[in-house]
Design a protein around this ligand. Structure first.
Ligand code: SAM
Length: 280
């Protein structure tokens, strides 16, 4: 492979959207390494630290569910941190995620098998079921799908809710996504890391596409022994507040609100988020 072409092809993020636009959450080895990041209490990378999730769950219970036990759909549920806490408050939760390690962890560690069900599946194709009081996608994952795909998921979330059921989307703020696209390129060497369990060089390259309002983060792993090159990409679609409003009302939700993130405004994992809510 010509190393000079690593970051120049394809020129537009849209070229990736036919396939490779996400980090490989669904790859078994990657998902095992990612599970360690979900569980870590040293950072808020894959999932937030426990005390922040506690606060979110309290907000969901009190302000979204009005303190009443209900039926909740958690899309991209990860290892079940939200589901377990919500079940402890009496909610029934159905979690779907395509990370094999996260779903295995959730199933093995559930303390509420009667209230929590977990399915290993892709939210773009997996059946959601029906009659939910709340359907949610948390921690900014909404923005990592192409608009057409997340639009279709949102439509199915709407259909899966009972009358008066609510949607909760924790989405990323436009400027925060744009800023990430402008971050410096980096490289480092590692004996073992998230993208490879073997010694490797790790290079990152970010760019922002103003025409499409998209940040593309590219990750390149060069294996230290074999020199094999693996490339990954995370494409994040930015939307303005008006665009979020149009998308959510466009699939039929009423009384849509877009509020600030929950928690400490000085915490960048919170301040870069917005809470979108609506009612069926
Ligand atoms: C940032 S993590 C958040 C996990 C969890 N919601 C939390 O906050 O702890 C995003 C999750 O979405 C899942 N995910 C991404 N795309 C998905 C898809 N197409 N189908 C199912 N799960 C998906 C990933 O596997 C990952 O567990």
């Amino acid at each position: 492979m010509n190393l000079m072409s690593l970051f120049t092809e394809p020129e537009k993020p849209s070229s990736y959207w036919a396939g490779k636009y996400k980090i490989p959450w669904d790859d078994p080895a990657f998902s095992s390494r990612m599970l360690a990041e979900h569980l870590s209490q040293d950072h808020d990378m894959a999932s937030r630290r426990a005390e922040k999730i506690d606060l979110h769950v309290e907000m969901i219970h009190k302000t979204v569910m009005n303190g009443l036990a209900g039926k909740i759909l958690d899309l991209g549920c990860g290892p079940g941190f939200y589901a377990e806490r919500l079940a402890a408050l009496g909610h029934t939760v159905h979690g779907i995620d395509f990370s094999p390690a996260s779903i295995a962890y959730a199933v093995e560690n559930t303390t509420h098998p009667d209230l929590c069900s977990y399915v290993h599946g892709d939210v773009r194709t997996e059946e959601f079921g029906s009659g939910y009081d709340l359907a949610m996608i948390l921690f900014g994952e909404f923005n990592t799908f192409p608009p057409s795909e997340i639009g279709a998921v949102l439509k199915r979330m709407h259909a899966a809710l009972g009358d008066g059921g609510r949607v909760l989307l924790e989405v990323q703020e436009y400027e925060a996504i744009k800023r990430r696209g402008g971050e410096s390129h980096t490289w480092f060497q590692s004996k073992s890391g998230l993208f490879s369990g073997r010694p490797h060089l790790f290079l990152t390259h970010n760019d922002w596409d103003d025409d499409q309002s998209v940040t593309r983060e590219q990750f390149v792993v060069i294996d230290a022994e074999s020199m094999d090159v693996s490339r990954y990409c995370c494409t994040t679609q930015a939307y303005t507040t008006d665009e979020y409003m149009a998308i959510v009302t466009g699939v039929g939700f009423r009384n849509v609100t877009i509020g600030p993130a929950w928690g400490d405004a000085n915490d960048s994992t919170q301040s870069s988020m917005r809470m979108v809510q609506g009612e069926r």
